[in-house]
Design a protein around this ligand. Sequence first.
Ligand SMILES: Cc1cc2nc3c(=O)[nH]c(=O)nc-3n(C[C@H](O)[C@H](O)[C@H](O)COP(=O)(O)OP(=O)(O)OC[C@H]3O[C@@H](n4cnc5c(N)ncnc54)[C@H](O)[C@@H]3O)c2cc1C
Length: 442
Amino acid sequence: MEICIVGGGIIGLATAWYLQRDGHAVSLVESRDAVGLGASHANGGQLSYRHVAPLADPALFTGYPHWLLGRDAAVRLRPRLDPGQWRWLAAFLRACNRRDHAASISALTLLSRYSRQQVGALAGDPAFDFGWRRNGKLVVYRDRHAFAAACRGLARSESEGAPRQVLDGRGCRDIEPALARVAPQLVGGIFTPDEEVGDCLALCQAFEHGLRAHPAPARVLLSETAHSIEASGGRFRALRTDRRRIEADACVIASGVHAADLLRPLGVRLPLYPLKGYSISPAIVQAGGVPAVSVTDQRRRIVYARIGNRLRVAGMADIVGYDASAPAGRIATLARETRDWFGAAVDLADLRPWAGLRPATPGGTPIVGDSTIDGLWLNVGHGALGFTLAAGCAGLLAARMAGRGAPVPDAAFAPGGAAALRDGEASRGDCGGRGAARAALR
Ligand SMILES: Cc1cc2nc3c(=O)[nH]c(=O)nc-3n(C[C@H](O)[C@H](O)[C@H](O)COP(=O)(O)OP(=O)(O)OC[C@H]3O[C@@H](n4cnc5c(N)ncnc54)[C@H](O)[C@@H]3O)c2cc1C
């Protein structure tokens, strides 16, 4: 088939690469002048297969009030005159219940397990040099209640075979000596040795290289913006960009947080809203003074990970609209925390501040599958897990487009499934089939 893909972030590139490997002729359209410059650019670098809990957590307001309160709150809401924001928030609040939270975790765990296999195959291929390491992930706690709650939650994940180690403050320092400075503040930590890290931008570039180097090279169309989709008789016909009309048998929308704009004129409504986050990437000046494992500060929802010769410090989730600037106050918080934790081990004069818009669904599950229009497919809404899930979602979508069986249970990711806005048109019970998807997305 001839397939066009909109979006040159990690999701669009992975999708294009999997489809090309399946023998399709692929064109990828990206509005920026290089790939990986959206949310995929300087993210936390975590391949976090076992930490998939969505933000829509019933304990958000009771268990973790520190995430929402104070000048340095990890989650910040700025209400806007935007019905899209209100609808998303209403759906988010409805998703903050135990049943939905547990269902999302189960579905995401299976998907991330499949993604881990796919990433493992890529990491073993010399063409994919993206700083991949299985370095383990240590989540550290400064709050007794939060630590106790996390330990209670471990029982379930252990029954799923997750190797976890529960540590006191000293144990955290033993696993990661670079935490010596903050160890006295830590009440404990949970270490998962088989979590991984990598450079998402480098993986984007490796996919792009693979697409171009293939014997049947993909057309990678940079600095070109898709502005409309032609459909007639319930079928996709062509993609119109600011430069050309691309006729194809199928089209995949993987344009991150902007996907909804492209689909709205067709009556396809996606429950996406940006969860804005930030990172800094100071240069490492004392290798022994920064963590070798990935460290998550649960109190601030900040992750620290070595990416090459820099320390990536990423976090926060601001529900403030589509402005992609990085406010000085948020960057200063990341810099201050980094200084408090790792002192002079990094060069804070060279921060490389960055902001990215996570394309988030209310319940935290991505939308992967067919739309209401034949030949028009979706791979969007990966929120805080896009790097982790990209390979798995690309493999899943390629299998669905080829008519092969889904490699993982995918009802929760169907467009009318758990991710859809639950405004009375769709419910979890509807999520199985294309008919439901049609009902949900109109
Ligand atoms: C601070 C932060 C930390 C994060 N940390 C992690 C982490 O540690 N692990 C993890 O798994 N995930 C993490 N994420 C999430 C992850 O980065 C995202 O889920 C992922 O990058 C989304 O990829 P995407 O391809 O859907 O979107 P994007 O990377 O934004 O790509 C979409 C692309 O589509 C293009 N586009 C949009 N509209 C059009 C159009 N009309 N025509 C042509 N092109 C268009 C854009 O220019 C963009 O390049 C983090 C995110 C943030 C913000």
